[in-house]
Design a protein. Structure first.
Length: 434
């Protein structure tokens, strides 16, 4: 019996040690050569300015140097009534950051395995495009680099509404055999509506001029493509292959159904569609009409979760002793694809402007000190993630700048994210005062 107890305790100890290896390491900025006083003063000043100017009611900043978290701090409140303060473990609607943390790692893995080819027509894999003259020859490389000429965005909400009211044949207030997909607390979508969305995408115009034009249309398709190729449920595939191995405890879709202890930060007071404050459900209307699970938006997560997946990218597909995606594939996806066309994007990833290092802060994107090899993505709700594998700096900014409505655009006009990121690059070259 004694041997059994000892063996059991040894197993538990090993299990916890193994789990701990997946968790983030924290250290003071000074331990990694960063000027702590400079960081605190500058970041506090920028964040206080942002809140004062109503760029956002509250936000948080997380920064890692090498693989170590050197800064994670919260500011402000969930809303302007100053009732619930922002917490380190709050869940945020990631908006378009979903693109690089949801479907993209799956697509990278499938490219790795030879199940997808970036340079053959996308219609090879997505049959509905084979009969579309303007789409049948578009490659996955062109699509992911936003070089295919696809329409930027289609407002599908217009198809389910008439004169400000929801059409009952598409949206109803209780679930049934035909209305299974949940759009909000008491709103359910007709299961045939996804087919309608597909038909509209299939018939959408494609520009003859092949230049950079951001489009999220295919990200509505990618989850079903991933299911088609892998034979696995999209969400399960992400959990088994990425979120589980990376110990991303809350990164996922439909957080309201998972009963997390974490508070969920609200987004917009929706006066058009859901007629209430949107909280715990995806803000993006297109993703909402797909039942909240889409490739263009819909993921929720904490700053810690995002740090883990961005560090995984920063280390070119390696995490916790495993190579989840090959280094060559990650480098391919994070490289500028069409610089000759003045297109600065990677494959799915956002990149610095081509002449970014030469620009003043107010014109640069992101910080002009970010290396050309760096990459990330932003989200409409006020989210931003960026990894720099050369300077070993990962930057996470989470806010709900769309509260109470999307007209709040000071986050952009005040260059807040670039300024914050810039602080951490400069902090490495500023010597602390004795």
């Amino acid at each position: 019996m004694k041997k059994i107890i000892i063996s059991f305790l040894f197993f538990v100890l090993c299990f916890h040690l193994g789990s701990a290896q997946h968790e983030l390491i924290h250290a003071l900025p000074s331990k990694l050569g960063l000027n702590e006083t400079y960081i605190d003063q500058k970041v506090d000043s920028i964040m206080e300015m942002g809140i004062k100017n109503e760029a956002f009611p509250g936000a948080q900043v997380l920064v890692a140097k090498n693989d170590t978290i050197v800064f994670h701090k919260v500011y402000g409140f969930h809303t302007y009534d100053s009732i619930q303060p922002v917490a380190l473990n709050d869940l945020y609607d990631l908006a378009s950051v979903t693109k690089i943390t949801g479907p993209l790692p799956a697509l990278m893995k499938l490219v790795d395995e030879g199940k997808l080819n970036l340079d053959v027509p996308f219609s090879t894999y997505w049959k509905p495009w084979r009969n579309q003259k303007d789409k049948k020859d578009l490659t996955l490389r062109e699509i992911l680099a936003h070089q295919a000429g696809l329409e930027p965005y289609i407002v599908f909400l217009q198809k389910v509404m008439r004169k400000g009211k929801l059409k009952s044949r598409f949206v109803q207030q209780s679930p049934s055999k035909k209305f299974k997909g949940q759009v909000y607390d008491t709103l359910y979508i007709n299961h045939r509506f996804v087919r309608k969305m597909d038909r509209i995408i299939n018939r959408s115009e494609v520009s003859d001029e092949k230049k950079y034009m951001y489009s999220g249309l295919t990200f509505l398709i990618f989850p079903r493509l991933i299911e088609q190729i892998t034979g696995a449920d999209y969400q399960t595939y992400l959990q088994d292959n990425f979120y589980g191995p990376l110990a991303c405890h809350t990164l996922g879709y439909l957080p309201s159904s998972k009963h997390y202890a974490n508070a969920i930060v609200p987004t917009e007071v929706d006066t058009l569609f859901r007629k209430t404050l949107v909280k715990g459900w995806v803000h993006d209307e297109n993703a909402s009409l797909m039942g909240g699970v889409s490739g263009n938006a819909g993921l929720f997560g904490t700053a810690d979760d995002l740090a883990k997946i961005m560090l995984f990218y920063q280390n070119y597909g390696a995490a916790n002793g495993q190579q989840l995606i090959s280094e060559a594939t990650v480098k391919e996806f994070t490289t500028v694809q069409y610089p000759e066309n003045e297109n600065y994007r990677g494959l799915g990833f956002d990149k610095p402007l081509l002449n970014n290092a030469e620009l003043p802060l107010e014109e640069a994107y992101p910080s002009p000190l970010a290396s050309p090899e760096s990459f990330g993505h932003s989200g409409f709700t006020g989210t931003f993630v960026w990894a720099d594998p050369v300077k070993k700096l990962t930057f996470i900014f989470l806010s709900n700048r769309v509260y109470p409505n999307r007209d709040h655009r000071k986050l952009y006009s005040l260059d807040i994210r670039q300024a914050l990121q810039d602080v951490f690059y400069k902090a490495g070259g500023i010597q602390p005062k004795n």
